[in-house]
Structure formats: structure tokens, C-alpha cells
Design a protein around this ligand. Structure first.
Ligand code: ADP
Ligand code: MG
Length: 376
């Protein structure tokens, strides 16, 4: 791939945030050897900031004069992008700040967003330095596209913003328990999946959701639902000057979900709410997703009646994205726009975009195209 004429008139200015401990700890070397030559070729200017601790990027993004930058580039896994998105949403000017394009360069072990962007751009599914150079090429072209963001609310009223996933059970167990095999790079997920399969766990709880189809049918009526947070928010926040992002599809967590939602109460092996096509470089989990701003959350869940053989088949077929072609018994996939997950016990692991959160009731809804990501 040769140098590409840049669409902007003046050279692009990027703020690059790099986690030196992401993945197997080679992000800085990879940035120097693979990315800098491409940015130089594209006549892009950048400022590199190597993070020294968790949450530094989040705080930095909250304070930055964003007009200095054309995009915020993250060279790490999904965790550092999670910090950036939440940092932008925590600003008083979040509504404009979240429109600042972000860009992902895979430098972690969980590179789901990078793999998804690579896929949307029409590239073959690759990993390692090939995925990195593809993503650097996409950055050099510099086209921002709308990015869906899920607004989550926890039982302690905490607001969390997610661009990728909420996982409970198998997927989050593998992600977090395999941290100790971090030195293996991406292989940690295969090893982790194998270990978890041999000692399968299930968790009791309730999942409720608003299917994407019925949401579009109900569009005109949602604002009339009694007790909708539209009315709750405006009455309780009269004196707050900073507007908050309203979740018009949600009712407070301590109230029952609206009657047109669906509810499943069961013993679950895995629960996953995914917005992008890939859950990892080799996990083509939601092959129906063709872009970063489609407006759907893909809810997957498997009950404890699923067999180990089915789970093994599921994870093998997922590499090529063929796992939904044949029905796998006790695995359900449904596109939704809002959901609520209520674990019966707080002992399991829950993650948002691969980062651990407290395992307790949580709900969320999609905000289609709220953010922007350099894609295509
Ligand atoms: P990986 O995919 O390898 O896990 P992530 O980008 O997800 O990479 O980063 C993992 C965690 O490291 C995130 O929680 C992030 O906040 C944190 N982090 C970022 N910078 C640093 C740093 N300098 N030292 C330690 N942890 C960091
Ligand atoms: Mg991570």
C-alpha cells in the first residue's frame, strides 16, 4: 500500500494515547516501527502520550482543549478506548466532545474494535502486525463514521458508556481469568476458553430486552409510557445546568421493565450484548454488523442446558462467523435497542468493553451514532 493523498487541506493533528503495557507490552516498539512511517508518509502530525497508569487517559481527555486535535488515537486494547469514550462523556461539553473522532490502533490483547473497523473497511480478518498496519492505513485515510454508544446505568446510579460489549458469564470469565496468560498475547483467549469449558459455570438471573423490531414499531409511543425517565429526569434535575444524556427507553432499575419488553429468567452460561462485529481479532461474533453506527445491540445468551460440545462448536465456528448459520440449541441471538441484566448473585464477573465492573443489576440503551470513529 502506497502513500495516500490526505483528504484534509492542512496536515492532520492526532493525539496518540499509548498504553506501554497493553497486550504483550510491545505497543511502543510497534508504534515506532510500523505506525510512525505511515503517519509521516501521510503528512500527519501527532503528539504521542505514553500512559503511566490506569485512568490517566480518561482524566487527560476530560481536560484537553479538543480543538487542538483532529482525532484522538488509541494504541492499546479496548480498555484504553473505554477510558477515552468515558472521559469525553464526563466533560460538561460532552455533547460536542463525543463528536471528536477517535481512532483505534491494535496494541492490546483484546483488540475487538480494531478487528471490527478492519472488517468494515473490507479487509480480510487478520491479527498481529497485519491488523495494525491495516488500522494505521485506515487512520491515514482519516474518514470519520458514526459510532454507536450504549449508555449503561448500574444499581448504584453510576453511568458507564460502552462502544463494544457487556459480558456476564463465560465471555467475561475467560477475558478476566486469562489475564495471567497475558504474555501469550492473543492465545490467552484460546487457553482461557479451554479451561473454562472444562469447568463450566452457570449463573442465575433475569434478562430483559426491547427487541430492535418492536422498538421501531413503538417509536411514536415510547414517550407516552408512564414513568418514562423523560419525566423523571426533568423533575429531579431542574437546577442542574449541565444536561445529561437521556435514556428515553429506560425506566429506573428499581421499577419493572415496560410491559412491551421481553423477559427471560433462567440459569445462564453466557450473556453478551455486543455492538460491533468482532469480540476479538479472531472472534467474528456478530457477522451481521456492517458498520460502527448501525443502531443495534446484538444480545446473545446461552442457558445452562447448552452442551459443552455446542459451546466448543460455537467458539470454533465464531472464528469464521458461521456460528449462526446452523441453530445451536439453547443459544439465542436477538437484536435489541435496550436491555436489563439482573444477576441473582453478585459472585460472577461482569465486564464492559473488557473492563471489570461490579456484578449487579445493570441496564442500558443504544444511542445510535452518538460518537465518531475513523473507519472505512
Ligand atoms: P489489553 O487489551 O492488553 O488488556 P487495554 O487497552 O484493554 O489492553 O488495557 C488494559 C488496562 O490497562 C486498562 O484498564 C487500562 O486502563 C490500563 N492502563 C492504561 N495505561 C496503563 C499503564 N500505563 N499502566 C497500567 N495500566 C494501564
Ligand atoms: Mg482489555
Amino acid at each position: 500500500e502506497q502513500g495516500h493523498p490526505h483528504p484534509l487541506l492542512s496536515p492532520a493533528r492526532y493525539l496518540v494515547l499509548l498504553n506501554p503495557f497493553g497486550g504483550t507490552g510491545k505497543a511502543l516498539t510497534l508504534f515506532e516501527t510500523h505506525v510512525i512511517p505511515m503517519l509521516t508518509e501521510a503528512n500527519a502530525h501527532f503528539t504521542l502520550l505514553v500512559t503511566e497508569r490506569p485512568n490517566q487517559a480518561r482524566e487527560l481527555v476530560q481536560e484537553q482543549d479538543l480543538s487542538t486535535w483532529d482525532a484522538i488515537v488509541v494504541m492499546s486494547g479496548d480498555g484504553l478506548m473505554f477510558e477515552v469514550i468515558n472521559g469525553l462523556m464526563e466533560r460538561p461539553d460532552w455533547a460536542t466532545a463525543i463528536k471528536k473522532p477517535v481512532s483505534i490502533l491494535p496494541g492490546g490483547s483484546g483488540n475487538a474494535l480494531a478487528a471490527s473497523i478492519n472488517h468494515y473497511s473490507g479487509h480480510q480478518q487478520v491479527k498481529g502486525t497485519k491488523l495494525l498496519t491495516n488500522c494505521a492505513f485506515i487512520l491515514c485515510k482519516g474518514h470519520p463514521a458514526p459510532l454507536d454508544i450504549v449508555s449503561l446505568t448500574t444499581s448504584s446510579q453510576q453511568r458507564i458508556f460502552s462502544f463494544l460489549s457487556l459480558a456476564w458469564g463465560f465471555v467475561s470469565d475467560v477475558d478476566i481469568e486469562s489475564e495471567k496468560y497475558r504474555f501469550m498475547g492473543y492465545a490467552r483467549f484460546s487457553i482461557g476458553t479451554f479451561i473454562r469449558l472444562t469447568a463450566l459455570r452457570s449463573y442465575r438471573g433475569r434478562i430483559s430486552y426491547l427487541p430492535a423490531i418492536s422498538a421501531s414499531e413503538n417509536k411514536d409511543t415510547t414517550s407516552n409510557i408512564p414513568g418514562s425517565p423523560n419525566s423523571v429526569n426533568s423533575s429531579s434535575s431542574d437546577n442542574i445546568k449541565t444536561q445529561v444524556l437521556e435514556d428515553s427507553l429506560l425506566v429506573p432499575l428499581d421499577q419493572p421493565v415496560p410491559s412491551h419488553w421481553h423477559t427471560v429468567e433462567d440459569q445462564f452460561v453466557l450473556v453478551l450484548a455486543l455492538c460491533q462485529s468482532h469480540l476479538g481479532a479472531e472472534h467474528f461474533t456478530a457477522p451481521m454488523v456492517e458498520g460502527p453506527g448501525e443502531g443495534n445491540i446484538h444480545l446473545f445468551y446461552a442457558t445452562s442446558r447448552i452442551s459443552r460440545i455446542s459451546l466448543i462448536k460455537l467458539f470454533i465456528a465464531m472464528e469464521k462467523g458461521t456460528h449462526l448459520d446452523e441453530e445451536i440449541p439453547h443459544l439465542t441471538h436477538v437484536p435489541v435497542v435496550a436491555f436489563r441484566i439482573e444477576p441473582s448473585e453478585s459472585t460472577g464477573i461482569m465486564t464492559v468493553d473488557g473492563e471489570v465492573i461490579q456484578c449487579s443489576p445493570i441496564q442500558g440503551q443504544i444511542h445510535q451514532g452518538l460518537g465518531r470513529v475513523i473507519s472505512m
